[in-house]
Unconditional design. Sequence first.
Length: 514
Amino acid sequence: MRKTILTLVAMIIYIATTMAQTLYEVKYYDLDDRQTYKGLFFYTDDDNCFLRCVNKKNQYWERNYYCQYEKMDGANYLYFLPQPSESKDEPIFPAFCMAYSTDGEFEPQTWAIFQDVYGEDELLDENMKEVDYFREVNLAEKDKKYFLQFYDEDETMFKTIMRAKQQLSEQDNDNNSNDNNSNNNNSNNNDYTPDSNAPVTMHLLLVAATKDESIGESVTTDVNLVKKNFSGIAKKLGIAYKETIIAGDDFEKSNIQKAVSRLSVGSNDVVVFVYSGHGFRFDDDTDEHPRMYLTYDGDLNENTEISTTEIYNEITAKKARLTIFLTDCCNSKAGVQRAEVESVAFGTRAANNNVDINKLRALFVEESGTIRATAAKPGQYARCDASGGFMLTSILNNIKAQSSALNDKQPSWNTIVENASKAVAKKTSNLIDEAGNTEQPQVVVRSVHVKNSPSSQRASLTDNSIDKSNDSNSNSTDEEEDDWSVLLCLLVPALVIIVLIVVIIKLLNKRKNK
């Protein structure tokens, strides 16, 4: 009976974690050192994590977790906190605490905390124990026996893990075969795209206000995360990679214009433009996208600002196969700027060894078109924290989620941008302004026009929609269709969960009557 109920509960968790992007293994002890627990920690995003743990008696439990961030005494702390549970048969699930730096490096120690992290004035030393390890799992390095520590063979998540492991194994064999052929033939490893014989180069142009007093720490984190993630993607794909960074003392309008002008792009290339800094709009601006605020000293003039749309048009005129244009900045009135708030973006820091190369190719090599996103709609702030800008970290998280071998769905740029937009809205749904009022959730302005996505023509907000009064009826229809799609996506899992809960209740009543 207990196993049946646990399996049903696990199915509910599985519905919410079919896009788990990164997997960790953890080993910790209870406060008295009487019990040892090993666990698999599944991370999808800040609000969707769960721990599957087992003790020496092969008893196992599952608990949902979520992330919280705290900055204290100049250090950054990440907490994984367990969701509440009414079950009395479970062990005490600890919170896990890690300290990390601006460049995304975590301290080697992880702590298990057996008390309410935010329910006490301070954390008590006697309620904290250092864990043996909390480290990323490379599926290819673990055998079937390893995962049978945590799952029975007939469980859905076990089958998902085995499918992902098989995919990675086949992928490694293909890569080894391609490497041997490449060595024998002295061929260019970049030359493999299905639609063209031209080699692929990824160009990253990153503009960042790293020396700004109010958001410099967040922007510096963005720089490190963006470089790490996109250079890592190029390396995984075996394509050439070129980066141009305009930051620090080089953060000037003229340097951006020169960099864009000098950008030499092939017809099969990928261009990634990222801006992290302050943004604004003038009262008479009609473009829904903001301007870049390109100064540290507050002297706003024609030499210290430029329209993001102007840069976007210049880059897309280069006619790269795929252009990704991301601007994480405010879209508010000139002179009103964002400040850092508290949150976390754990997933962007993982090495993520479990990338499905085929999914990554589908996104960056086989796809063509444009992806554009700016962090906030006209009149809004774009929020950030010590772990980076909310929009950028959410998009990087979702790229990983879509390309993970644990993801059983086809990758899609629309899904990446839409899921990131929802994550940003959720993160900012409870923020309080200076007057004590709840702010509207941050709305990402996005436009996705790509070849292989079935819904690429139905982006929620398209470029220059403020000007396009003639398209208002069409946009309204698209938004209604999106609303119905979202509603259906929510209703189906909800109905499944309701049915499962009813079954669990009936099983419990049946057991009680016996």
